[in-house]
Design a protein around this ligand. Structure first.
Ligand SMILES: Cc1ncc(COP(=O)(O)O)c(C=O)c1O
Length: 399
């Protein structure tokens, strides 16, 4: 039977949301690979490492032991305890079990935190460049994103930026350090000033700490959970196992927030996903309680790649790239390469895809036209191959 081509009456809220540009870049690479093309993929926002074996074994054991049923919405007692113990051990902070909620990845935690707090009439502050999902979550909540320009300070957010941006309608600030896409890490003193500025004006903060363990010295690891109680009253920390332990497919993360905020988020989870996956929780317990050597090993690899990549990018005519202090992204300014028919960083990314079979993500999706994001969660050999291809295209185009 022939289907009618009737237009689907999508809800106005969802119609206002944009599709994810990072997922689009990933899909472009997958499609080209399936066609047998030798793609260099700098689009993926996920570790190229496999999940460490001891974590996989813990999940297998959990399945063997029948840990395959619903769990409490916030997660099993053992999962929540693994999180509070980890923060005690690693950050010397005492977190009450009632402040913890397990989630299907950091993304769900941030989503629930936004939706539990912000609504129509509210403004949510988001610093540019931002992770693509932040504004869309705000749109879903019916609130309005208010973007903070930070290019004047090389994409480093300051308390002064925040103070200037707060209005009587500001409800929430979303802060992400280390940042995806810029890789910038907010220095600890500045981070504290940012939170103090918000708390003094009654503005809540989501601290997205999904890359908290991917920080290159001398930059310092910092978690907002370590702030004094009167500031923590305003903070929801979102944590994730995805990047730290190469567990993106497991969909497991958590939030740490004041009880009232957690309670509201739990309501959303009860009626949407019920609980985080029981098997992924067992894997998360192992990740947080076993030796952290695997984390140090991956960090060391990322650092080596970063140290090779940034000078190599700066060596390409027209490209300028600041040294990222964390995460696994380079965020070069490619405006020096834009001329003739190449008008935008999107055109530049398309050119690389077409002429060099190299996937980078257009910065425009992160609120930074003129930049592209290069993920170095890929082997040094592929990085070298990709940079060689980019340089070739840029030089060919310039001549
Ligand atoms: C800044 C940022 N926050 C949160 C996430 C969510 O990750 P997950 O849901 O896999 O924990 C990502 C993933 O790319 C990210 O880049």
């Amino acid at each position: 039977m022939k289907h009618t081509t009737q237009e689907f009456p999508v809800s106005p809220t969802i119609a206002r949301m944009q599709s994810s540009s990072t997922i689009a870049a990933m899909q472009a690479a997958t499609k080209m690979r399936a066609e047998g093309i030798d793609v260099v993929d700098f689009g993926a926002g996920e570790p190229d490492f496999d999940t460490p074996a001891h974590i996989k074994h813990a999940a297998i054991e959990a399945m063997r032991n029948g840990e395959t049923k619903y769990t409490p919405t916030a997660g099993t007692k053992a999962f929540v305890k693994a999180i509070t113990d980890y923060y005690k051990r690693e950050f010397d902070v005492s977190i009450d079990a009632t402040e913890v909620m397990g989630t299907a990845g950091g993304k769900q935690g941030i989503f629930n935190a936004v939706v539990a707090l912000a609504c129509s009439g509210d403004e949510v502050l988001i610093a540019k460049p931002y992770w693509v999902s932040f504004p869309e979550m705000v749109t879903f909540a019916g609130a309005t994103s208010a973007f903070i320009e930070t290019e004047d300070n090389d994409f480093q957010l300051t308390a002064e930026h925040v103070a200037r941006s707060i209005t009587p309608r500001t409800k929430l600030l979303i802060v992400n350090s280390p940042s995806n896409p810029s890789g910038r890490v907010i220095p600890i003193d500045e981070f504290c000033r940012i939170i103090e500025t918000c708390a003094a004006r009654g503005v809540y903060v989501i601290s997205d700490e999904c890359y908290v363990r991917i920080v290159y010295p001398p930059a310092e690891v910092f978690s907002a959970t370590t702030l004094p109680a009167e500031l923590r009253d305003y903070i929801c920390v979102s944590g994730s196992f995805s990047k730290t332990y190469a567990m993106t497919g497991w969909r497991i993360g958590y939030t740490i927030a004041p009880q009232a905020w957690t309670k509201a988020m739990l309501k959303i989870e009860q009626h949407s996903t019920s609980n985080p996956c029981s098997i992924a929780q067992a894997a998360g317990i192992e990740a947080f309680t076993a030796s952290q050597d695997c984390v140090a090993g991956m960090l060391n690899e990322y650092r080596k790649r970063r140290d090779w990549l940034i000078p190599a990018l700066n060596d390409i005519p027209g490209v300028r790239c600041t040294m990222p202090e964390g995460a696994f992204y380079a965020f070069p300014d490619v405006r020096g390469c834009l001329k003739g028919e190449l008008k935008t960083s999107g055109d530049f990314a398309d050119l690389l895809l077409r002429e060099a079979q190299t996937v980078v993500t257009d910065g425009a999706g992160f609120g930074a036209e003129g930049f592209v994001r290069i993920s170095y969660a890929t082997s040094l050999e592929r990085l070298q191959e990709g940079v060689r291809r980019i340089r070739d295209v840029v030089e060919r185009f310039a001549s």
